[in-house]
Design a binder for this molecule. Structure first.
Ligand SMILES: C[S@@+](CC[C@H](N)C(=O)[O-])C[C@H]1O[C@@H](n2cnc3c(N)ncnc32)[C@H](O)[C@@H]1O
Length: 349
């Protein structure tokens, strides 16, 4: 991270601005030049502490558990700090630990397979991803210039680089470890990355021209609840854009959804081997017969994305439109409508 990002960060628990203690600095290539970054540090609010590790602020509510070894090494009274936090926020901490555990594991495994050199993201190359983003958000390359965007659940972070290249400042956030590779791979200084939970966004409210969350709400505990946690980040006159699964009247699709209700409960590593031996060969033959050129990793990522996450919700278009109207968003419209899902946007205020 760089200090520029600090103004935008908030404690996900108390919503206060954060104080930064820098532990170490390093250099990273941005826009063709070596730039100084903060490699490790501690971010503090009145009640909470969060680490910066390998250049990425770790702003999860459960950071004091996930990163306790790092924090204990760098904060002399960490045991007391943790104890006070756990006593004051016991219910919250138990809640987030339980709700996030399996989803974090599942997406860390899924994006861990991704090869940045060769693989496409949802069948699209870099240009195709940007094109899809522009259609979903009803924007053009030139209209993005100067905008501040929040990509809530950014996955591998590749799209963020293309958006930043259009002149937008974009904060990509994910709670899985995909965020570490997203940060490392990026060389555009306008693309920033943080680890955080979309249900506790660690960012200043009313600060973003666009909040974009593609394929994320539907794998949280409750899609509309997550929508209501993200929409305060949108500025007045800004928009929120979400991509959601919709219902499909298709026997195989609905059978697969029934199967995943059981298999998604298995240990994530076991699921990887199970699907590699069962679904992957079948998918490979069918996709090749249809002329689909996806490589095996891309196919496996598609399979894991469907079968492995703990939650997978589907929504009607009108239901999602109501989320916007209830919260005083206007100009609500479905911008893209595909086989598995749709994108919907609305303007605040
Ligand atoms: C299907 S992927 C989509 C990634 C990216 N938006 C894209 O379109 O390629 C869903 C992403 O949401 C992230 N995610 C799921 N629940 C989350 C949460 N509560 N907080 C932050 N990220 C979350 C996952 O880690 C995963 O990277």
């Amino acid at each position: 991270m760089t200090t520029d990002l600090l103004n935008l960060l908030r404690c996900p628990v108390t919503r206060e601005p954060l104080q930064l203690e820098i532990l170490s600095k390093g250099m990273k290539l941005y826009d063709g030049q070596e730039k100084e970054i903060i490699l490790t540090g501690i971010l503090r609010s009145s009640d909470c502490v969060y680490p910066v590790i390998d250049g990425v602020p770790r702003l999860l509510v459960e950071a004091c558990i996930d990163y306790q070894d790092f924090l204990a090494r760098h904060i002399s009274n960490f045991a007391d700090v943790k104890n006070t936090f756990e006593t004051k926020y016991r219910g919250l901490l138990n809640f987030v630990l339980k709700k996030n555990k399996r989803t974090k594991q599942s997406f860390s495994q899924e994006w861990g397979l991704f090869d940045y050199e060769t693989d496409k993201v949802w069948d699209a190359d870099q240009e195709g991803m940007l094109d899809r983003f522009l259609r979903e958000n009803d924007e053009s390359k030139s209209s993005l210039k100067g905008k501040r965007i929040f990509d809530a659940g950014c996955g591998n972070g590749l799209l963020n680089q293309s958006i930043a290249a259009c002149g937008a400042e974009i904060v990509g956030m994910d709670f899985s470890l995909s965020i570490e590779r997203a940060f490392k791979q990026n060389t555009n200084s306008m693309a920033l990355f943080i680890q955080g939970d979309v249900q506790f966004p660690p960012l200043a409210f009313e600060s973003f021209d666009i909040v974009h969350s593609s394929g994320v709400l539907i794998c949280t505990t409750n899609s509309e609840l997550t929508f209501s946690c993200l929409e305060p980040c949108v500025k007045q006159g800004g928009k929120i854009s979400v991509w959601l699964y919709h219902f499909r009247d298709d026997f195989i699709h609905n059978l697969f959804n029934k199967v995943r209700n059981y298999t998604s409960k298995l240990p994530v590593k076991f699921q990887y081997y199970l699907y590699s031996l069962t679904l992957l060969p079948v998918s490979y033959v069918i996709k090749r017969m249809k002329g689909n050129k996806q490589n095996k990793r891309e196919m496996m990522i598609d399979i894991l994305d469907w079968f492995s996450p703990e939650f997978r919700w589907e929504h009607a278009h009108d239901e999602a439109a109501a989320w916007y109207t209830k919260r005083n968003f206007h100009s609500v419209k479905v911008t893209t409508n595909e086989l598995f899902g749709f994108n919907i946007i609305g303007v605040k205020g």
